[in-house]
Design a protein around this ligand. Structure first.
Ligand SMILES: Cc1cc2nc3c(=O)[nH]c(=O)nc-3n(C[C@H](O)[C@H](O)[C@H](O)COP(=O)(O)OP(=O)(O)OC[C@H]3O[C@@H](n4cnc5c(N)ncnc54)[C@H](O)[C@@H]3O)c2cc1C
Length: 448
């Protein structure tokens, strides 16, 4: 539910790669068209789109402490990381509206369900794109044990996500010819990069015990939580109507960097917190915690077929930290968090860093620790890379190269993963795709 778009330079890099229409000024009108921001319409934000974006509705104990300490540690404050101040310690923005998770299904699909030209099939596993004479004409799918086909008058659009869109392309004969041959899949287009270039925001978490009862733990006592849930159900407010990640920040950890290299997501609660009640289950100690994510990883993973059976999950190789730059950046981010928590006023609140990272000091020890505990951020991207070059999977209109009538519109087309959580940028891609599919001219660029 974190709403983050990415730095303007992320998209300017896409445009510099030859992708006309994807620079920061080109994508801004689409972010705005999608958005209904709590600020209303501004130069940077949309005020009437389908996607509701809000700030946490509860007073956060962590924001003031962190932003003051971070300033002393050399990190600026930001009042709007999706607007004029993309760098700095900022309050999180969330795709939450009326106390509910404002998913793309809630924002876009449900309001359209009554349309005569929309039919939604559930429990349906797309198994293959049907291709005749070099043109995608439909999709074969399996629903409750029955194989069915759906035909397209105009185009087939894949939106299966970073793992499943390349899966479906490969099952359909579009992918690396030698790999498809291993599974006896007839090759329609030899496209080597399908499933390649997988990018992920490698990240870790760091937690600190605090010496004051100001964490979110108190709100998770069963009786208090029950009241919160009732308040949420009746009025859409209180702690159960939000989620306790109160700070989303994009910071530079190398002075010479052009754009932030690290994202921090900070919560007044430990990641392993649980519901508790005296005499039944003990509370987790009061803690603050931070996620630390590398925004522009250089390691590349891939997805590969396990078999030719569509029901078999794809094999995912992340190769996290394969490139030394990623490990160094993660270490610098880890140390940046420690430096923030070592400043007042946070310093007086902190009782100590929690195990297992406590006591790990040398760069070599930190690296060994990070190698052990690092994880994905659930932001996989780029396995159907958009590019102006011949090897790219889709062109700047999201059309699969080598077949007609077939587009991909999801997170997999990002030429590089954006330096932010990937939901909002994927919705922006979908907004642009909608205009492309309907043959509409792109919205006029907004230069700020
Ligand atoms: C746990 C978690 C937390 C996250 N938190 C955030 C966050 O706070 N902020 C943020 O910005 N991003 C977050 N993300 C990332 C965000 O959800 C993704 O970037 C975004 O959903 C990508 O959209 P997509 O359309 O590319 O793919 P998806 O949202 O994955 O959509 C793909 C859809 O295709 C369907 N599908 C796939 N294969 C088939 C098939 N063969 N047949 C039929 N249907 C198929 C899937 O069921 C799915 O509904 C999070 C992700 C996870 C997993």
């Amino acid at each position: 539910m974190i709403y983050a778009r990415g730095h303007p330079l992320d998209f300017d890099q896409w445009r510099q790669m030859g992708l006309a229409g994807w620079g920061s000024a080109d994508v801004l009108p689409y972010f705005k068209r999608a958005e209904r921001n709590w600020r209303g319409e501004t130069a940077h934000h949309g005020g009437s789109g389908p996607l509701k974006v809000s700030q946490p509705g509860v007073k956060s104990p962590i924001y003031d402490l962190v932003s003051s300490s971070a300033e002393k540690a050399g990190f600026p404050k930001s009042s709007d990381y999706n607007g004029a101040e993309p760098e700095g310690i900022a309050p999180a923005e969330m795709t939450i509206g009326d106390g509910k998770r404002w998913s793309s299904a809630r924002a876009y699909l449900r309001p359209a369900l009554r349309r005569m030209n929309l039919s939604v099939e559930t429990q349906a596993l797309a198994a293959k794109v049907l291709i005749e004479n070099g043109r995608a004409v439909g999709v074969q799918y399996r629903q409750r044990g029955i194989v069915k086909k759906a035909y397209a008058d105009r185009e087939v659009i894949l939106s299966g996500g970073t793992y499943n869109s390349p899966h479906l392309l490969m099952l359909s004969g579009i992918g690396p010819a030698d790999h498809l041959a291993e599974f006896g899949i007839p090759v329609i287009v030899d496209r080597k990069e399908v499933g390649q270039n997988l990018e992920e925001h490698v990240n870790t978490a760091i937690s600190f015990d605090i010496n004051q009862p100001i964490s979110f733990t108190d709100h998770l006592r069963l009786d208090k939580l029950t009241l919160s849930v009732m308040q949420w159900a009746l009025f859409g407010t209180d702690n159960a109507a939000s989620f306790p990640c109160h700070i989303a920040s994009f910071i530079r950890v190398r002075p010479e960097a052009e754009r932030p290299e690290i994202e921090l997501l900070m919560s007044p609660v430990s990641p392993d917190v649980q519901i508790w009640f005296p005499g039944i289950k003990k509370p987790v100690p009061h803690r603050f915690s931070s996620r630390v994510a590398v925004l522009h990883p250089r390691s590349r993973g891939q997805v590969r077929l396990r078999s030719a059976n569509p029901a078999d999950p794809i094999r995912i190789f992340w190769n996290l930290l394969a490139d030394p730059y990623d490990l160094e950046t993660l270490r610098l981010g880890f140390k940046a968090v420690r430096s923030i928590f070592a400043q007042e006023p946070l310093k007086s609140v902190i009782a100590g860093e929690t195990a297992p990272s406590a006591g790990i000091e040398s760069d070599a020890d930190i690296d060994a620790y990070l190698r052990k505990v690092c994880m994905t951020a659930h932001h996989p991207a780029s396995t159907c890379r958009m590019g102006s070059d011949e090897n790219a999977v889709v062109d700047e209109q999201l059309r699969v190269r080598g077949v007609t009538g077939l587009r991909v519109a999801d997170c997999s087309v990002m030429p590089h993963v954006v330096g932010a959580n990937t939901n909002a940028p994927t919705i922006m891609i979908a907004e642009k795709a909608a205009d492309m599919i309907r043959g509409k001219a792109p919205l006029p660029a907004i230069h700020i």
